[in-house]
Design a protein around this ligand. Structure first.
Ligand code: NAD
Length: 423
């Protein structure tokens, strides 16, 4: 008799990594099968296919998603991504990571994520607005300031958040500023949001350095990615006394053992768009940057940059993950074996979601804070989270990544257990 082979859909790399990280934490916490099954699945997944009127009069149908992984600790929170590589599995993985990120820094949020399969640069401004407003309408049945709060991610920005806020406000008949975060300050955004992720990285590195007895003053740093996260982190670390020996963007990198002038590079980037031809150092590739012998390596570009192929070249003492998922699981093991310590993404780049939470709180109260108040509170929240993770790592003899996951998953499990299963 012919054997019937049931083909399982292949989970994307991101989802495989997210599930493997969860399973490891679940084993450490000795979770039973029921709660494991609950947390391995995303609670709610909305797929939408919607038409958009294009400038030439034609109609194109786009596909988008909004996924809520878990809402035990509060409303969903997570970015909205516009990219041609978006797929449902990737959105699931990113939603799951948001659950853990919110929990590890003790925010009262669950995890969610959204995406639309589109290259935003291929659309005119009018088409981008039409697409955004129609997507917001399609997912309006599950997003809301008490339900699920999107924010910018790859390919989206403050202007797109403002369109979503306006669309939902038109439907509800009154302004609901708290439905999205990462908005411009003029429509309920917060001071300090643009720099928040880079500033959070600075606070994490300061705390790491203090704990390890390393002086940040005079230490060396290489930063991959010179965008919102990488450029701000480089700027703030330099102001704090570190020597930024290398930075890079998609076009390539720049190296100077005596230190780069970050302000000058920012204005060069503004005028020329890319670092590959910038003055002030020797030109290097992104691969060479990752292999530099520095105290702190900050991958702040995109996922899967440190892999099984190049992990053994990494000579940094610490890797502090600015990007989401820059180190693959195989690379993680190689770095650990070589004594390289990693501060994981869900902790290191949580500054963005922490200040998004502050924005939401200010919107709900119609009461806005000074920038130094935002920064001080960010310092308090992220430093406390680092200390919690570091002491868990020490107590259990595990890595910071494993400790962050144990803490985060433990908190979500506790909330789920206390709430109980309805009905
Ligand atoms: P961005 O688009 O502002 O900057 C990305 C940078 O990476 C650019 O300089 C780009 O040139 C560079 N880059 C792109 N491809 C590259 C490649 N192949 N090699 C080297 N460099 C490359 O994005 P961002 O907001 O800075 O986000 C960077 C990462 O941080 C992403 O993984 C994002 O998910 C994560 N993150 C961002 C925030 C935030 O608040 N912006 C918060 C948490 C996590």
């Amino acid at each position: 008799m012919a054997q019937i082979v049931v083909k399982q859909p292949r989970a994307s790399e991101a989802l495989k990594t997210a599930l493997a990280q969860f399973d490891a934490a679940a084993d450490r916490l000795d979770l039973d099968d029921g709660i494991r099954a609950m947390l391995r699945a995303c609670k709610r997944e909305l797929s939408v296919h919607f038409p958009v009127q294009m400038d030439d009069g034609s109609v194109r149908v786009f596909t988008g998603y909004r996924v809520q992984h878990n809402l035990a600790r509060g409303p969903g929170k997570g970015g909205l991504r516009y990219n041609t590589n978006v797929d449902l599995d990737e959105v699931r993985a990113l939603a799951m990571w948001m659950t853990w990120k919110s929990a590890v820094v003790s925010l009262p949020y669950g995890g969610a994520k959204g995406g639309v399969i589109v290259n935003p640069r291929s659309l005119s401004l009018g088409e981008l607005e039409n697409l955004t407003r129609r997507y917001a309408t399609e997912v309006s049945i599950i997003i809301g300031q008490n339900e699920d709060i999107p924010a910018p991610d790859m390919g989206t920005d403050g202007r797109i958040m403002a369109w979503i806020m306006d669309t939902i406000s038109m439907h509800r008949g009154h302004t609901t500023a708290g439905v999205v975060t990462g908005k411009p300050v003029s429509v309920g955004g917060t001071l300090g949001r643009r720099e928040a992720t880079g500033r959070g990285l600075l606070f994490i590195i300061q705390e790491l350095a203090r704990e390890k007895g390393v002086s940040l003053e005079g230490s060396t740093v290489a930063v991959q990615g010179f965008g919102n996260v990488g450029a701000v982190a480089a700027q703030l670390l330099q102001q704090a006394g570190a020597t930024i020996v290398a930075v890079s963007d998609q076009s390539g990198g720049l190296y100077n053992a005596r230190g780069l002038r970050i302000e000058a590079l920012l204005s060069y980037q503004k005028d020329n768009g890319r670092l590959a031809t910038a003055p002030g150092g020797d030109h290097i590739t992104n691969q060479e940057l990752l292999a530099l012998p520095v105290d702190f390596l900050v991958p702040a570009a995109l996922e899967a940059q440190i892999t099984a192929e190049n992990a053994s070249d990494v000579k940094a003492r610490f890797v502090v993950e600015g990007a989401n998922g820059p180190t693959t699981s195989e690379a993680d093991a190689i770095l650990a074996a070589n004594g390289v310590e990693i501060v994981p993404d869900i902790l290191a780049n949580a500054g963005g979601v922490i200040v998004s939470y502050f924005e939401w709180v200010q919107d709900l109260q119609f009461y806005f804070w000074e920038e130094n108040e935002v920064n001080e509170r960010l310092h308090r929240v992220i430093t406390r989270a680092y200390r919690d993770v570091a002491s868990t790592a020490k107590e259990r003899g595990i890595s910071l990544r494993e400790a962050a996951m144990v803490l985060a998953v433990g908190r979500v499990v506790e909330a789920s257990r206390i709430r109980g299963i309805y009905p």
